[in-house]
Design a protein around this ligand. Structure first.
Ligand code: FES
Ligand code: MG
Length: 588
C-alpha cells in the first residue's frame, strides 16, 4: 500500500537489517511472529513498528511510594519523543521501586530485588536497548546493576534534585537538616510549630534529595563513570532542560544500539576509578562504596574496599555541598554543575574513558565553565584538603575492614581511645539514649551491633546514632560511634561504619563488651579493641546469632541466606557477574 507508506514518514536513516535482538521475536514466521506482534498492536502501533526498528525499553521506577521518583512518570514521555524521532519504538515498563524515607527496615533491602526485577524483565522481553529512569538512593544503583548483568545498550537518566529547601530565611537540605532540626527539637531549642513548618519547607518540589546524599552522589558518580549524558545529573528535577535531556537520551539510545555500545564497554576499571575519585571530590556518600563494589562485581571489574582509600589520597573535596559543606544541588547546577565540576577535576579523572555519548569523558566536558567558585572550588582552595576522603580501617574489631568519612567527622576524635558502651540492638540503644541517668561520658565510644546486612536485613542507615540526651544537653555534638550499619549520605559525625564481618555473621564486633577499651586511629587506619585474641575467642563460645524478625520466608529469607558483606557490596551471591542478553527458547 504505497499511499499508506508515504503517509508514515519518519523512516529510520540507519539500515537495521535482521540483526536486531528484538527480531528474534518480531521477525519470527508463522504463528510465533503473529502472536508477538498482534497483541502489542493493541497499543495502537502501525505494522512497521516491528520491522526494521529498534525496540527500546524505558525502565521506570516512578511510584507514589517513592516520592523522589514520582516525576519520572512524566519524564518518560520526553524519552519517547526522542526514541520515535530517531526511528526506534519505545516501550515503557514499571519495576519494583524503593522509597528511601519509608521502606522498612531499609530501602536497601529492595535494591537487589529491584536489580533482579530489571534484569529478568530486560532479558525476557524483545528489547534492543534500555533507558533507565531512576533517582532516589537505591533506585540508581539497582538499575545500573541489573542493566550491567544483561549488558544491552543502556543509558541512565536520574531524576535530578529537588529545589533548595527554604525555611525562615535559610536554605535547608534534605536529610542533613532533619538531623539538625530533630536534635534541636530534642534539646528544646525549637518548638512543635517550627518543626512542623520545617517538614513542609524541606522537600518542596519533585526530585531527589538536594544535599550531596546518596542520590546526588550516585547521580553524579554514574555520569562521571560514563553512564549518563554529560552535564545532566545536576539539572534540577523541575528544570525544563532535564526534559530536553530526556528527549536527547531517547535519540541517543537508538544510536547506541546501532553502535552496540554496551555497559561492559563503558564500565571498565578506569570508569570505576573515575567514580571513586569523583565521589571523594564531591564529598559523596559512604553508600557509594557499597554500590560501586556491587556494580564492579556485576561486570567483573576488580575493585576492592581499599581502592576507596588509596585512590583518593590526592583528591580534595571541591564541592561545597551539605553535609560536608554549605550549599545544595541547585546551587551546584548554577555554579556549572557536573560539567564544570569535571573540568575542575582535570587530570584527577581519566579523560580517555568512554561514555554513553560514544566520545570520551575529556571530549564531553571540554570547554565547560564554572560560574561560582564558592560552590565548585578550584583545586588550590578546596572545601577539605587532600586526605579527608573515606578512610578504610582494619584491626581486631574489623578484620575485613570498616569505613569512616573523614570529611564528616570531628578532627578532634580521629585519634581517640575510650571506654566502649555496647548495645545488642538499635532499639535498646534508642531507649537508653533517652535515659537522663545513663552512665555515659563524651569520651566514651558508642557501639551498636546486629545492624549489618544479615542482622538487620539491608543494613539500615543508623550508624550516625543520635547522641544520648544527657550528652546533647551538655552541648557536645559528636562522639565516636561504631557499628556494622550504614549511614545516610546526608549525615555527619565521627562514625565508623560497615564493620566487616558484621556481628550477626560472627565477626569480632559480636564479642566486644561494655567496659572494654577501643582505640580509633584514623591516620594509622586502625580500629582496635584492647582485648586479647584468646579472650575474644573465649567470648565466642557464649555467643548466639540474633534472631531476625521476618526471616522465615519470602524475599527476606532469600536475602539473609545469600547477601554478601559490605566489602563485597551487599549483592546476593548468585547475582554477582553477568549472564548477558541471550534469548531463551521459544515455547510457542
Ligand atoms: Fe529519595 Fe533522598 S529520600 S533521594
Ligand atoms: Mg539515604
Amino acid at each position: 500500500d504505497e499511499t499508506a507508506f508515504a503517509a508514515r514518514g519518519g523512516v529510520p536513516t540507519h539500515e537495521w537489517g535482521d540483526g536486531l535482538r528484538s527480531q528474534q521475536w518480531f521477525g519470527a514466521e508463522g504463528k510465533t511472529g503473529f502472536m508477538h506482534r498482534s497483541w502489542l498492536r493493541s497499543e495502537g502501533l502501525p505494522d512497521d513498528s516491528f520491522r526494521g526498528r529498534p525496540i527500546i525499553g524505558i525502565a521506570n521506577s516512578w511510584s507514589e511510594l517513592t516520592s523522589c521518583n514520582l516525576h519520572l512518570r512524566g519524564l518518560a514521555e520526553y524519552v519517547k519523543r526522542g526514541i520515535w524521532q530517531a526511528g526506534g519504538v519505545p516501550f515503557e515498563f514499571p519495576t519494583t521501586s524503593a522509597g528511601e524515607p519509608i521502606v522498612r527496615p531499609t530501602a536497601m533491602l529492595l535494591r537487589n530485588l529491584m536489580a533482579m526485577d530489571l534484569e529478568e524483565t530486560l532479558r525476557s522481553n524483545p528489547l534492543d536497548g534500555v533507558v533507565l529512569l531512576a533517582g532516589c538512593d537505591k533506585t540508581t544503583p539497582a538499575y545500573l546493576m541489573g542493566a550491567a548483568s544483561v549488558d544491552l545498550p543502556a543509558l541512565l537518566i536520574t531524576g535530578g534534585a529537588m529545589l533548595n529547601g527554604k525555611h525562615r530565611g535559610t536554605d535547608i537540605g534534605s536529610g542533613t537538616s532533619v538531623w539538625k532540626f530533630t536534635e534541636a527539637h530534642r534539646a528544646g531549642l525549637i518548638d512543635d510549630t517550627a518543626i512542623t513548618e520545617a517538614e513542609g519547607c524541606m522537600a518542596r518540589s519533585q526530585g531527589h534529595c538536594q544535599t550531596m546524599g546518596t542520590a546526588s552522589t550516585m547521580a553524579c558518580v554514574s555520569e562521571f563513570m560514563g553512564m549518563q549524558l554529560p552535564g545532566t545529573a545536576s539539572l534540577p528535577a523541575n528544570d525544563s532542560r532535564r526534559q530536553a535531556a530526556a528527549h536527547l537520551a531517547g535519540r541517543r539510545i537508538v544510536e547506541m544500539v546501532a553502535e552496540d555500545l554496551r555497559p561492559s564497554k563503558i564500565l571498565t576499571r578506569r570508569a570505576f576509578e573515575n567514580g571513586v575519585r569523583a565521589n571523594a571530590a564531591l564529598g559523596g556518600s559512604t553508600n557509594a562504596v557499597i554500590h560501586l563494589l556491587a556494580l564492579a562485581r556485576r561486570v567483573g571489574v576488580e575493585l576492592t574496599l581499599d581502592d576507596f582509600d588509596t585512590l583518593v589520597r590526592d583528591v580534595p573535596v571541591l564541592a561545597d555541598l551539605m553535609p560536608s559543606g554549605r550549599f545544595l544541588m541547585e546551587d551546584f547546577e548554577y555554579a556549572g554543575g557536573t560539567a564544570g565540576f569535571a573540568e575542575t577535576l582535570g587530570e584527577l579523572l581519566h579523560r580517555d574513558a568512554l561514555t554513553v555519548t560514544g566520545a570520551t569523558l575529556g571530549e564531553n566536558y571540554a570547554g565547560a565553565e564554572v560560574f561560582n567558585r564558592e560552590v565548585i572550588r578550584p583545586l588550590d582552595h578546596p572545601v577539605k584538603p587532600v586526605g579527608s576522603g573515606i578512610a578504610v580501617l582494619r584491626g581486631n574489631l574489623a578484620p575485613r575492614g570498616a569505613v569512616i568519612k573523614q570529611s564528616a567527622a570531628d578532627p578532634r576524635l580521629m585519634q581517640h581511645t575510650g571506654r566502649a558502651l555496647v548495645w545488642d540492638t538499635l532499639q535498646a540503644y534508642l531507649a537508653d539514649a533517652e535515659d537522663p541517668e545513663l552512665d555515659v561520658a563524651p569520651d566514651d565510644i558508642l557501639v551498636v551491633r546486629n545492624v549489618g546486612p544479615k542482622g538487620y536485613p539491608g543494613m539500615p542507615e543508623v550508624g550516625n546514632l543520635a547522641l544520648p540526651r544527657k550528652i546533647l544537653e551538655t552541648g557536645v555534638t559528636d562522639m565516636v560511634r561504631i557499628s556494622d550499619a550504614r549511614m545516610s549520605g546526608t549525615s555527619y559525625g565521627t562514625v565508623v561504619l560497615h564493620v566487616v564481618p558484621e556481628a550477626a555473621a560472627g565477626g569480632p564486633l559480636a564479642f566486644v563488651r561494655t567496659g572494654d577499651t577501643i582505640t580509633l586511629d584514623v591516620a594509622g587506619r586502625s580500629l582496635h579493641v584492647h582485648v586479647s585474641d584468646e579472650e575474644l575467642e573465649a567470648r565466642r563460645a557464649d555467643w548466639q546469632p540474633p534472631t531476625v524478625p521476618g526471616s522465615e520466608r519470602g524475599w527476606t529469607r532469600l536475602y539473609i541466606e545469600h547477601v554478601t558483606q559490605a566489602d563485597e557490596g551487599l549483592d546476593l551471591d548468585f547475582l554477582q557477574g553477568r549472564s548477558g542478553a541471550a534469548v531463551g527458547p521459544q515455547a510457542f
